[in-house]
Design a protein around this ligand. Structure first.
Ligand code: ADP
Ligand code: MG
Length: 241
């Protein structure tokens, strides 16, 4: 569904992504792991054109989107949603307001349609009773579940997660991972940057390991965790596990 072909990204003189080629198939769940600063966020952001690659190509559903114009970029971001570490909820809107804004504005849903859909999704993330509250009244875990539900309200084909549990207190990590686990069984395509190794091993179909901007390993979780090929991955896992 999403393909990167010889992807490079530099910020000025800093080469952040170097020659990354990989493919995420429809319905696949891919975990992206690696040391801090290795380019994980930049890679994820290139996949839905929040960053423009310096060279190389991104394909979505077979279509080269690398040089997409403004309208097309909007469509790509609708189709490939993003969930951030810090939730990015609109503070001045209720949960329902957060979840219906883009579906009404961008997808042209009626208010009633958007609300019905939002309520259904809130139920799915276990927050049916929070429709009318403001984000400040929610815990971190609840905020992130709302953010996930809000992304789903756009009916994306794929969701990208950038360390969705890293900003959470430990006791709230599980409720968010559980939502993502159940999402993974629905057939939606997912790419998840995470430091939760147990989760990655259990839920991902594939692990991408980045180090200093290079895709060093692209393997099944069993292969990666039991028999990493690169010294960098071995060192990384020793620290993490
Ligand atoms: P990770 O998510 O793996 O921690 P990032 O993709 O955030 O890594 O960052 C990789 C490198 O690129 C880091 O050195 C970071 O400082 C740099 N970087 C990321 N975004 C920008 C930017 N917008 N401008 C300049 N440098 C950036
Ligand atoms: Mg990052």
């Amino acid at each position: 569904m999403i393909k990167a072909d010889k992807l490079y990204k530099s910020f000025g003189k800093l080469d952040v992504l170097k020659d990354i080629s990989t493919e995420i198939k429809k319905g696949e769940v891919v975990a992206i792991i690696g040391p801090s600063g290795s380019g994980k966020s930049t890679f994820l952001r290139c996949l839905n054109l929040l960053e423009m690659p310096t060279s190389g190509k991104i394909y979505i559903d077979g279509k080269d989107i690398t040089n997409a114009g403004k309208n097309e970029i909007m469509k790509v971001r609708q189709n490939v949603g993003m969930v951030f570490q810090h939730f990015h909820l609109f503070p001045h809107m209720t949960v329902l307001g957060n979840m219906t804004y883009a579906p009404i504005k961008v997808k042209g849903l009626s208010k009633d349609q958007a609300r019905e859909k939002a309520r259904e999704l809130l139920g799915r993330v276990g927050l049916a009773d929070k429709a009318d509250v403001y984000p400040t009244k929610l815990s971190g875990g609840q905020k992130q579940r709302v953010a996930i539900a809000r992304s789903l309200a756009m009916e994306p084909e794929a969701l990208l997660f950038d360390e969705p549990t890293s900003a959470l207190d430990p006791e709230m990590v599980k409720e968010v991972l559980d939502v993502m686990k159940s999402l993974a069984t629905t057939g939606i395509t997912m790419a998840i940057v995470t430091h939760e190794m147990g989760f990655a091993r259990e839920v991902a179909d594939r692990i991408l390991f980045l180090d200093e901007g290079r895709l060093v390993e692209d393997r099944t979780p069993d292969e990666f965790f039991t028999n990493p090929q690169s010294d960098r991955a071995k060192q990384f896992l020793q620290k993490m596990l």
